[in-house]
Design a protein around this ligand. Structure first.
Ligand code: MEV
Length: 426
């Protein structure tokens, strides 16, 4: 019989006791347990306070993308990501953008939407009207929940109400519009949405079920723009190739998913490095891309009168600087310091610029030499390590693999053996 994963009281154990149970369950070696528990800057006690049932940490490389000039200010961009070439690609694109002055950005106010779902409302349009009439009272009740946010100029600002048709009947959805200032805002918004529920039930005479923030943050958008000189890209043909790549994504969801994935390579890496909620950003980005009913690219690429390439990006950007892991994770705090951003809005705009740069880099590669050449050169190092190369041998094997154009584990193992033999016979 297999071992049971039903372990009562697991949460009450220390991280060490939990690790011991997992070790026995999965036949981990002492070395493997040691690796999981080797924490670096994020101590086990801190990790244990962040989530539940902690046994260790999962380190991800933190790289720095260089060359970013955004609104005339230079930034170094911390990126936490396991995928090779992403950081190099962002840096290259940012370098090309500098020729025409770098990135310019803007954004909306940091407004998040909190949804309150009322069902079994007999006269939903009457209810909608009366909720709108009670706007001041609802906003007052919401703002009583977070006097600090209100004192900073944030808080609930407005409400919107919609009647929607669903498979279980009509529903009255009240949306609280909350200015979250430098917070991501989930806690503030959810607390407010819960607090106004009795009022909504009193007015609608229905039953309220869900009271929760929406990750489709259409009122908290970040935008970035950059012009890429045709000479910097390698000529007007490259510009045309990139526009063809964009047109492909705009017309076909299969290509578009990959196009947007490339954008999210950059965005998610900065979101993670700064301790923000990667899933919230990903959900918002993809839902925003599909908002018209057709899934479209988050970026737009055009050619201007000079034949240069103009890129723009717009997407929801619910990131914060206060609260959550951003304020408590020791590495996230350092990432924010490296970025030098002063507000969540500034952080969001920088992230949008990184997404645009990442997309440009991918499309340029795809429309010219193809993605594999550069990718494989970096990937070759990983394969070399997997094949047992250490120290100087890693680069030697990687180089041999890349030169041959066959970045495969079996070939890497042959090279490792070959080079070790050569070394021994010297
Ligand atoms: C790989 O992680 C990302 C790309 O596939 C993006 C794209 O195709 O645009 C290169």
């Amino acid at each position: 019989m297999g071992k049971s994963s039903q372990i009562s009281g697991f949460y009450k154990l220390s991280t060490q006791e939990r690790a011991k149970i997992v070790k026995e369950f999965a036949n981990l070696t002492d070395e493997e347990v040691g690796l999981i528990r080797a924490t670096g800057a994020l101590k086990l006690e801190q990790a244990d306070r962040m989530i539940e049932n902690v046994i260790g940490v999962m380190p991800v490389p933190l790289g720095i993308a260089v060359n970013f000039l955004i609104n005339g200010k230079d930034y170094l961009i911390p990126m936490a990501i396991e995928e090779p070439s992403v950081v190099a690609a962002a840096s290259n694109a940012a370098k090309m953008a500098r020729v025409k002055g770098g990135f310019t950005t803007n954004s909306t106010a940091p407004i998040m939407i909190g949804q309150i779902q009322a069902v079994h409302v007999v006269d939903p349009h009457r209810a909608k009207l009366e909720i709108l009439s009670a706007k001041e009272e609802i906003i007052k009740k919401a703002n009583e929940q977070d006097p600090i946010l209100v004192s900073l100029g944030g808080g609930a600002k407005d409400i919107e109400v919609k009647v929607i048709d669903t498979i279980t009947g009509q529903m009255v959805i009240t949306e609280l519009l909350v200015d979250c200032r430098d917070a991501m805002g989930a806690n503030a918004v959810n607390t407010m949405a819960e607090a106004v529920t009795p009022l909504i039930e009193k007015i609608t005479l229905g039953k309220v079920y869900l009271r929760i923030i929406s990750n489709l943050a259409t009122k908290r958008l970040a935008r970035a723009k950059a012009i890429f000189a045709k000479e910097a890209l390698g000529g007007e043909e490259v510009v045309d190739g990139i526009i063809e790549a964009y047109a492909f994504a705009a017309a076909d969801p299969y290509r578009c998913a990959t196009h947007n994935k490339g954008i999210m390579n950059g965005i998610t890496a900065v979101v993670l490095a700064t301790g923000n909620d990667t899933r919230a950003i990903e959900a918002g980005a993809h839902a925003y891309a599909a908002r018209s009913g057709q899934y479209i690219p988050l970026t737009v690429w055009e050619k201007n009168n000079d034949g240069d390439l103009v890129g723009t990006i717009e997407l929801p950007m619910a990131v914060g600087l206060v609260g959550g892991a951003t304020a408590s994770h020791p590495i996230a705090k350092i990432a924010i310091k490296i970025l030098g951003v002063k507000t969540a809005t500034e952080l969001g705009e920088v992230i949008a610029a990184v997404g645009l740069a990442q997309n440009l880099a991918a499309l340029k590669e795809l429309a010219t030499i193809g993605i594999q050449k550069g990718h494989m050169a970096l990937h070759a190092r990983n394969i070399a390590i997997m094949a047992g190369a250490t120290g100087e041998l890693i680069d030697k094997v990687a180089e041999a693999l890349a030169k041959e154009g066959k970045v495969r584990l079996d070939r890497a193992k042959q090279f490792v053996e070959q080079f070790i033999k050569q070394e021994a016979s010297k």
